[in-house]
Structures are given as C-alpha cells and as structure tokens.
Write a protein that binds this ligand. Structure first.
Ligand code: FAD
Length: 585
C-alpha cells in the first residue's frame, strides 16, 4: 500500500460507524456465585505475595535471565557457526545415545532437559517416573540455514522464538506464525501446540513445518514430509508430546515481512452472542482480504476489543502514523492499553496506529498476557512501569524452578490456564460457558484454521463441515476455522472469596469440548481420564505410528505424559516392562 492509499484506508476505517457497537449496552450476564469460602491463612498470604515477588523474585528472575542469556551466547561462540556438517554430527551423537539404550535394562527415553524449562503449567513429574533413559539434545539449539529465496529456514529443536525472530527479521522474513513468548522452542511448538493471531491464515505452528527429522526408538533418523514415505510420522507428530521419537531438526516456511504493523482496534459492545458475530465478521470479512493478524480481548460479558493488523512499510508508518513503540518497558501492558481504547472510544470508533513488527509479535510478553497481574497487581501502574517495568516479565523457568510441591498444589486449585480450540460457530457458546463456569476475564480469542487431513491425526476438522452450504464463515473446502479461547487467571468466585472447585469446573468444560468437537491444549493441567482423552483426540494415526516406529515401551505414551500432576505417568512407569536403572546422558 502506498502512503496515500494507507492514509485514506486508515481515515476510512477510523471514520466508519462501528456496526459491532450496540447503541445501548445489554444487561450484564449473571455471574456464577457460591457460598463464602472458609477463612484461609494461605489465601491471605497469597494475596500479598507481591511483597516477596517485587523485591526478591523479580530481581532474581532478571539476573537468572541475564545469566542464561550470557551462557547461551558463550555456548554459541564456543560451538561456532552451525553448518549442515556440524548439525549432522550433533544428530549422529543423539542417534548413538539412543542406540546405546539396553531395552532389557533401561527405562523409557526422555529428553535430559530440566522440566522447569518447559513453558507449561506442568511440573514434569513424568521425567522422574520409573527409570528414565535421558537423551541430551542440548547441542541442538541453532538456526542451521536461512534460504531467503526459497523462503525456508532449517532449525534445531531448541531454537526458541526469541532467537528465531532475531535471526530472521533483519533479513526481512519471518515464520508466518510467531508464538508470543520468547522462550517457546521449535521442538515444543511442533510436538505440542503453538498459535498466534495469524493462525487463521496459516494454521498452528505445526502447519508451517515443511519437513522434520526424527530419531526414532532404534536410533534411525527418519526424514518426514507431507508426501514422502514417512508422511504418517509427519502428520502424527503434532500434539504427540514427544511420544513418537526425538525431533532433531525441522524446516519451516517463511514469509516476507515489513518492519511495521498497521493495527486497528475495534471496540465491540453487545451480548456474548453479538461479540461472537463481531469476531466472525472481523476475522473473516467477506468483502475484503483477511488481515494478517486478528485477536480478540473480551473484558466482560458485554465488552471487548478486536484488533486486526497488517504489515506496513517504514515509509507508510512514518507518513501516516501515529507510531506506538509498545515494546519499551515503560509502555502500558497491551491488554490494558486496548481496554483504554475501549473505555475512551466515542460510539466505538476504531483506533488505528503503527507498531514495530517485533513489538507487535511480543505485545503480551511483558505481562505474560495478563497472568503477571496475579503476581504484581499494580504492574501496569505508570510508576511501577517506569521504575521497575524493565524487570518484567518474571521468567516462567525461574518461577517453576523455585516452586515447591505444595505451591504447585495450591496453584492448581486457585488458578486456571486453558486454551480450548472450538469450531468458530461455537465461539459465542464457549464464551458463555467460560463465563458461567469460571467467570474469568479477559478472555483471549485467537483464530486458527484446522486443516482437513482425514488421516486419523489427533486433531482434524469436523466430519462433513465442507458440505455445509454455504460454507460457514472462515471455512474452506480444505480447512475448518476454529477459535482458541484462552482463559488464564483465578476464577471470579475465588477472587470474591467464594468456594470454588476448579477440578469440577475444568471437568465440565472438558466434557463440553468433547461434545462440540473441541480440543484442549495439553500444556495445562487437565481432568481428562484416559478414555475421555481419546474421545477428545483421535488415536488412529498416533497408535499406528507408535507401533510402526517402535515407540511403544520406549517413549512414554502421550496421555500418561500429560496426565494430571504426573500421577498417571507414575502409574505407567510401574506398569512398564523395563525396570533397569537410569544411565546418565
Ligand atoms: C505462561 C505461558 C505462556 C505461553 N505462551 C504461549 C504463546 O505465546 N503462544 C503459544 O502458542 N503457546 C503458549 N503457551 C503454551 C505453549 O505453547 C505450549 O505449552 C508449548 O507446547 C510449549 O513449548 P515449550 O517450548 O515450552 O515446549 P515443552 O513444554 O518443552 O515441550 C512440549 C512437549 O514437546 C516435547 N518435546 C519438546 N522438544 C522435543 C523434541 N526435540 N523431540 C521430541 N519431543 C519434544 C516435550 O517433551 C513436551 O512433551 C504458553 C504457556 C504458558 C504456561
């Protein structure tokens, strides 16, 4: 877009009446209520945890992060440039280690990486279950090659999002899906799940993968693509959580990007049903090309802000403006900034501005979306931001490292973290369920296309969605549109001092998901029993690949790996046939 066109487009959007702003706000949806909870000293202390977090945890976490960055940089210098030959030698070492496993004496294979590095709400108890056989993948943390002409990057599994964007953006390219938090790794995002506001166009992180290299149970290196002889492994890998083999490399798709994003904030007002319609229309407009990024922030049962964003050149950003460098430590937290736009808008008039691309990719990082509000309730106050905003966010790894078992238990009963993936048409019903069950706000809405595979993949589009005429908004013959509804915070009843059973609430939500062809991201604690887990996810291809690639009894089964608090992992370990002692990696 030229500067003139962009200016006209921005003026048109900002000057257009907002059809998603109800003239009068609807009545508030009734909140779930419970009996008053008995007094708990632990709850009282937890309310004032910021007294420890601000002066002690934040500075230590900052030092931890600085130390880690220095160690990573020093290790990278020692390793030198990563060529294909260097990478191949590292993979050969992994293969040798896997081949050294004695099936009669050694337990299941797991990565030697400490569980606290995983960006998840899990304690990684499965790593201690039985007699694990650790394999060290820590040498595999580099970008191997970037091919700007072919728009491909080859990476090792422990490359994290921070290092990936740092390597790609200066070349004017990036992966089309950039999960927000810097510490997320390519290996975790492919074997687990990864998403961003661009996922309505490009799918989940695993959908931007062109090929994977996997060391399977007998040490063989398998190169898998969408259409080679190992395509079953390629399709089975996402959501398998390391249960099929060790990922040692991946080739990812790239797109050309610009240094700025043109971001439009649409305040929306109405019932949750009406907010759901606004979400559909802004995400998949029928009358203009879809934006590159879309995100919904729902602040209560009647209000939200939906942002759409597109890449823009530096010339356009400077000519049209305003530019908001929101990555600076003293800037407001993104979700609170968007809320200010909601609260100050006149008749829901949209607001348009330009944001540096990297700042936009990481707009929720300083506040860990809104989870940091639990740790530092006044973290978005101007005084805190200017004085100590540079200490944010506390590193998830540091928080996990310092968590004792009792704290994990407490956290799991007082805090909810779920990303649930539902067909787009159920988004409003899902928001109503979240309101009635948890009463947690903001809710996060992130769209994603779910490719139709029909191969028995753990996730697949609904049967027959492509035959509905006309196709539902966002759907195409080869993919169904879904929404990720993110709910992360302490439930409303707990905040109001009422009794609340988080396990029962999660169980209700999970059963609803199963009935509505939805899925739950497994980085979080779930209440699913094994039978329900496999009602939610399709086991067909996963089980076939476990058998074909020899993973059974060698890599822990996915359900047992992500089972609640690792209890099921211990159960599987007891049932395991191999009983030998663990060897050091
Ligand atoms: C605070 C917080 C913030 C989050 N932010 C985001 C976000 O911004 N965007 C987003 O999409 N998601 C986010 N998530 C969810 C997160 O994406 C998923 O949990 C993701 O799978 C974790 O990535 P990781 O690198 O920490 O992987 P890990 O948790 O380390 O790994 C995930 C699984 O993959 C397996 N695995 C990892 N590497 C390999 C390998 N090389 N070979 C075989 N198996 C392997 C692991 O064993 C594990 O089972 C967040 C979660 C939390 C708790």
């Amino acid at each position: 877009m030229t500067g003139g066109d962009a200016a006209a487009d921005v003026a048109r959007r900002a000057g257009t009446a907002n059809p998603f702003w109800a003239a009068t706000p609807p009545p508030e949806r009734p909140r779930p209520t419970g009996a008053a909870a008995p007094f708990s000293l632990v709850d009282l202390l937890a309310r004032f945890r910021w007294l420890v977090i601000v002066p002690i945890v934040l500075p230590l976490s900052f030092l931890w992060a600085a130390l880690h960055a220095a160690r990573t940089a020093a290790a990278a210098r020692r390793r030198g440039p990563t060529t294909d030959a260097v990478h191949a030698a590292r993979v050969a070492a992994v293969q040798a280690r896997v081949r050294a496993r004695d099936p009669a004496a050694d337990g299941r294979i797991c990565t030697a990486r400490h569980a606290f590095w995983s960006v998840s709400t899990r304690d990684g108890a499965y790593k201690q279950a039985g007699t694990p056989f650790p394999v060290d993948l820590s040498a595999l943390q580099d970008v191997v090659s970037v091919d700007v002409d072919r728009l491909r990057v080859k990476v090792e599994p422990y490359v994290d999002m921070g290092r990936l964007t740092a390597a790609l953006l200066p070349r004017g390219v990036c992966t089309p899906v950039v999960p927000e938090y810097d510490d997320l790794t390519v290996g975790g995002l492919i074997n687990g799940y990864g998403i961003e506001g661009s996922s309505h166009k490009y799918g989940l992180f695993s959908d931007i993968v062109e090929s994977v290299d996997v060391v399977i149970a007998d040490g063989t290196l398998v190169h898998a693509t969408r259409d080679n002889e190992a395509s079953d492994l390629f399709f089975a890998l996402p959501w398998s959580y390391g249960a099929l083999g060790l990922l040692v490399a991946a080739e990812l798709r790239l797109i050309p990007v610009e240094p700025y994003m043109r971001v439009t904030y649409y305040p929306v007002r109405g019932t949750l049903r009406e907010l759901g319609v606004a979400w559909e229309r802004l995400m998949a407009p029928a009358d203009r090309p879809w934006s590159e990024y879309v995100e919904g922030l729902i602040y209560d049962s009647r209000h939200g802000v939906i942002t759409v964003a597109d890449y823009a050149s530096e010339a356009e950003a400077k000519a049209v403006g305003p530019i908001n460098r929101m990555g600076w430590w003293f800037k407001p937290w993104f979700h609170r900034y968007a809320e200010t736009i909601l609260n100050t808008s006149v008749d829901g008039a949209p607001h348009v501005e330009y944001v540096p691309t990297r700042d936009y990719y990481h707009r929720h990082t300083r506040s860990l979306y809104w989870e940091a509000e639990m740790l530092v309730p006044f973290g978005n106050a101007a005084a805190f931001r200017w004085l100590a905003g540079w200490l944010m966010p506390p590193r998830v790894s540091f928080l996990k490292l310092t968590m004792v078992a009792r704290l994990w238990e407490y956290y799991n009963t007082k805090f909810v973290a779920h990303d649930v993936l539902v067909p787009l048409r159920h988004t409003a019903a899902c928001m109503e369920l979240m309101h009635d069950t948890y009463d947690i706000y903001p809710l996060w809405l992130c769209p994603h296309r779910l490719a139709k595979t029909r191969r028995g993949t753990m996730l697949d589009a609904e049967a027959g969605f492509e035959h509905r005429l006309p196709l539902a908004p966002g759907d195409s013959p080869d993919a169904q549109m879904y929404t990720d509804v993110g709910v992360w915070y302490t439930p409303g009843p707990i905040l109001r001092g009422e009794a609340f059973d988080t396990a029962a609430a999660s169980h209700t939500m999970e059963q609803w998901l199963i009935e509505h062809h939805g899925y739950q991201a497994m980085y979080a604690i779930s209440e699913l029993n094994e039978a329900d887990f496999w009602r939610m996810f399709d086991r067909t291809l996963y089980a076939a690949c476990r058998a074909k690639y020899g993973a059974e009894g060698v890599f822990m089964d996915v359900y047992y790996k992500v089972g609640r608090k690792g209890a099921s992992a211990s159960a599987q370990a007891k049932a395991a046939t191999s009983t030998g002692k663990a060897k050091r990696a």
